[in-house]
Ligand binder design. Sequence first.
Ligand code: BGP
Length: 492
Amino acid sequence: MKKNNFQFKEDFLIGSAIAACQVEGSWKEYGKGETIADWKTFNPNLDRKNFKTEDEMELTKEKLNYNVQNESNLIFPNRTAIEFFENFEQDVQQMKDTGIKSLRFSISWARIYPDCDQEKPNQEGIIFYKKLFELLKSKNIVPIVTLSHFDYPIDVINKYGGFDNKKVMDVFFKYAKTCINEFKSYCKYWIPFNEINCTIISPTTGAGIILGENEIELKKQKSYKALHNQFVTNCLIKQYIVEQNLDLQIGGMIASRQSYPISCHPEDVWIDTIASQKNLYFYLDVMTRGYYPNYIKNFFKENLIDINAEHKELELLQKYNIDFIGFSYYKSMTNGRNVETTGGNLTVGGKNPFLESTEWGWQIDPIGLRILMNDLWDRYQKPLYIAENGIGMDEHFDIEKKDFNDYYRIDYLKGHIKNMILAMNDGVECIGYSVWTAIDVISMSTREMTKRYGLIYIDQDDYGQGSHKRYLKESGKWFKKLVDSKGAICFE
Ligand code: BGP
């Protein structure tokens, strides 16, 4: 392999990401309100090779009612998750053993404002996150905070519905200001919305929109309205930071959708071009350039979508752009006239004959990351942050023998991080990389525990059974070497 003298800079944010609803547990304790994640179930009969991610992530009114009616017979894994709320000190210590120098975590809105209209925040929530920030500081781990990571509060749904209601912007902005005021001395990097494109793909998960089965035709209209309100909320938060003269940064964050035309036939290329505009560039165009591009205005017109944008909101979009582009990257896909579909992060995509897939059909494509980074940098010239990257596997280790050899994860991470470094050598500015994830967590799309991503193994099954003991996997040891070598290990 060609020698590469690259080394991460001292302030490169190399670390891991987690999300409140996938780790914390203590769903109704310490004053926390319920969230949409607390009402999603684990389905033991799910066929992992053949399901639609969107269906698994959405909740209709009927489905939610059913879950409420049948609560005692169903499994709600996010309610206890991996009990990070109770064990965060030990967990962070073990994460530190994987070498991480940054941790991207999310704050749970419902833990800070269990009643979204209450005047003062829930002190138990504030204390918990303060303790977490303090602990990270004592271990020299730089925090990166997400304010909304797929755990929309039920209280907000009951009072105001989803983010398509402009009133939700007010209550969310109040929550964001509380977090900034309370934690600004600990944290410089703020991501208001995880994977903001999820609002279109799964409006329940991304924006708290719950429709009846006979209201599904409202989905497009409501989700684009909600997305617009979230874009504007990003700006309100940025405006607040600027006006308060705070040295903080706001990041946009999307689930990236790297794709290729299935062939060089111009029609396939055109289909892929449109898909990239609508599913990838649109979000970043608005958040970085500050206006809606013509191709999406045309799409709105053709689909009779009115996003209800007020003049002053369009001015805000223009004035307050994001400081960095965060994105998750797990896989790539193809587009064209004739593609066979396969699984993926948030949505299914077209198969690529040159790539291998995980058991859930996510196609592994390290070079795709380099291509995407170059593309985004050339298009926007905003620093990039890889907010999530990792591989979900069904893992069976011999606990007695303490054999936790996840060589496939090392291969996956090595390939991707190497390509990130190559992109940085190409000239791309990148401020950090977060592996998804430091520790096994509840899967977002399927609520399984057996779909593991962690550098640390937890002896816990899909039903929450097991010793709950934590063990460092080989990938955790490798990650420490990666950090210590400042990336050089990827070229050995
Ligand atoms: C991203 C989410 C994460 C995470 C990851 C893996 O979309 O931001 O929360 O879970 O995907 O997805 P899953 O857990 O469904 O395999």
